[in-house]
Design a binder for this molecule. Sequence first.
Ligand code: AMP
Ligand code: ZN
Length: 470
Amino acid sequence: MDIYLTNTLTKKKDIFKPLKEKEVSMYSCGPTVYKDATIGNMRTNIFQDVLRRMLEYNGYKVKQVMNITDVGHLVSDGDEGEDKMVKSAKEEHKTPKEIAEHYTKLFFDDLKDLNIEMPEIICKATDYIQEMLEYVEKLVEKGYAYETSTAIYFDVSKLDEYGILSGINLEEQKSGARIEVDPEKKNPYDFALWIKAPENHLMKWDSPWGPSYPGWHIECSAMSRKHLGEEFDIHTGGIDLIPTHHENEIAQSKGLTGKIPARYWIHGEYLLIDGGKMSKSLGNVYLLKDIKEKGYDPLVYKLFCYTASYRNKLNFTWEGIESTSKALERMRIGYKTHKNGTDKIEAQDKENLKQIEENFHKAINDDMNMTLAVSYVWEAIKYPKKLKEVSELLEKMDTVLGIEINKEINSNKQENMEQDIPEEIKDLIEQRQKAREEKNWQESDRIRDLIKEKGYLVKDTKEGMKIEKG
Ligand code: AMP
Ligand code: ZN
């Protein structure tokens, strides 16, 4: 079955054809490990995980490389300000290495909690200084870079084209729209490949230009080239990376090899909080830890991310987490009910399940349409006969969802839900729950009465809602 991906490079949904027949090479821009990863950062990691799981579902072997930036990412993406690692080290009275180790571990803990498959290769920038230095030296040799008193800059005017990902128009920029910070830069969009270290700088290496350190963009170019070669299949990251980091990676590769390194550039949109950006000043920066501390399974957050396309903004709310938590619970109960099911499968059932599976497969292959894919998971769960074949199908779907659909559920909840409540009643319970979340008490009471008419009693207790045969 064909796979389609929205490619930022071509600005359309492209059919996916990898360079090798059965293998996909993929580079994902990883975190700068100077602070806690937020649930926003994790949304990007979740979309990257779904991408690799979808490829695996289609029978591809995936070779994914992810970097850990532990040097060279300056406070502003426009090469200004302090190195984020150094700033954080000073604030926390630790060494940059200690900072990097601490936040890298927390990042990996989050990936584990979210059941995110580990990339085949994880590379730390400070382990590749030699490769980066060689890359920059070659760019200087080829005339693509120049030295100033503070850095080695990439000269974007040397390329026949700069800005293909984001559509930057260099001519317009030359007319002086942007205020220049470094007067030694030849063009506004020139960016630092290598930065000369001020005296007493905490991280620096010897180079032909004295003690210095790499720029953020060269790290990914050097490490992807080292592990995946000059051309690979997919490059991923958050949407904010398009106009700076990824544009500059392309510039560096074009300077060195004449090629755009990846053929498919896939970008994930932002997670919003209360309809806006997460920010410390608004006190709405959430970590996965906060979701866990409220008693939720972290995989609830993963399932929550599937309520929107990775290409659309998604608004985080606690109400959304609460209803997704209930949904995950019902999925797991549904899975178990089918697993223990004793109904006999017939030819028509086989046909129906095959159709559900095919629809699911089409949905994930269509640019990872997880919202649609999840609707087929529900269709399987609500399958009228209780069949172990349905539980097998759900397990297969879960290789993409990664939500541990077969996880054991708390027996109380199970008893409460498992007493053979018909699907129709379960749907009404869900609708009532939604009405309650929206504080639409009239609607919630109306549905409760309807449920009562159908022979079931709904009770709202301290431990949550209970349902009994009336
Ligand atoms: P930061 O640590 O804020 O520089 O973010 C690291 C990367 O995580 C960014 O380059 C984005 O690609 C991604 N990211 C940050 N915030 C969000 C968000 N709210 N939603 C989705 N991705 C995000
Ligand atoms: Zn990168």
